[in-house]
Design a binder for this molecule. Structure first.
Ligand code: GLN
Length: 253
């Protein structure tokens, strides 16, 4: 129901409060056409964020489009973890930034940190740069395929990479079917991107640096194993609000 009011507010240019308070006022013709078109898309299962071209994440409001994943509440865990764990003035690398959600939420919460954010998709970077401009933040954005070509040393590396198994039916159903496949599809077992990151991140971390990764609800054990095998220490996993293992991290000794 609220989604319909959000569409109405978006199409009429009125606030949500005004829209909720005046359900009886008929929108003008242009607004009605807009409401009808967006309602049809909503009914087909398209995420509301794409219809409104906006998503709220942590403490930032972001522009989103179909070139980027809709930021999820569970990904806020990664931001919270980074806020709690990284040292003052840390150099942070975020891989696969999409709309810039993680990098920009972290930049807002921790103005002391120096953030570099990457994506392999230029269109996603365009969206992230626009969000940075609107929020008055200036992380460094780079076009890169995970860690390939990344130079320098960091105190933390963060990522919410694609981790859904390629043959998982949910990829072809709403809402995921509307989102960029390359941001969701983690290959045969869903772990391809996570594996590549764990394989290549260690040399880019300073001693005492942290690698923290979001992953699927059933991938926690595998993640801890991968991190341990690579020599990370003090490995742990955080659960999301649904009680699923969602973010695992470890430290370079
Ligand atoms: N959390 C998303 C979902 O399953 C997947 C995000 C991702 O692959 N990074 O809906």
């Amino acid at each position: 129901m609220n989604e319909r009011f959000s569409i109405r507010a978006h199409c009429t240019g009125k606030s949500m409060a005004w829209t909720l308070a005046h359900p009886e006022i008929e929108p003008d013709e242009n607004s009605s056409d807009c409401i009808e078109a967006l309602t049809r898309r909503l009914e087909q299962g398209e995420p509301l964020a794409y219809l409104l071209e906006r998503a709220e994440f942590h403490d930032v409001s972001l522009k989103v489009n179909t070139s980027v994943l809709v930021p999820r509440p569970e990904t806020e865990l990664l931001v919270e973890l980074a806020c709690d764990e990284i040292v003052k003035g840390a150099k942070v690398l975020e891989l696969g930034t999409g709309s810039g959600a993680i990098a920009l939420a972290l930049a807002k919460a921790r103005p002391d940190v120096d953030i570099t954010a990457t994506d392999v998709c230029e269109k996603a970077l365009e969206c992230a740069r626009e969000n940075a401009r609107r929020l008055g933040q200036a992380p460094t954005f780079l076009c890169a395929d995970w860690l390939a070509g990344i130079e320098g040393q960091f105190d933390a590396i963060l990522s919410n990479p694609p981790y859904v198994a390629a043959d998982d039916d949910c990829l072809t159903q709403p809402p995921l079917a509307f989102e960029p496949r390359h941001a969701l599809d983690g290959g045969k077992d869903g772990l391809e991107a996570l594996r590549r990151i764990v394989e290549n991140a260690l040399p880019r971390l300073n001693s005492g640096g942290m690698l923290a990764l979001e992953h699927g609800f059933d991938q926690g054990e595998k993640m801890r194993e991968m991190l341990e095998k690579k020599g990370y220490v003090n490995i742990a996993t955080l659960h999301d609000l649904a009680g699923h293992e969602r973010v695992s991290w470890g430290w370079r000794a």
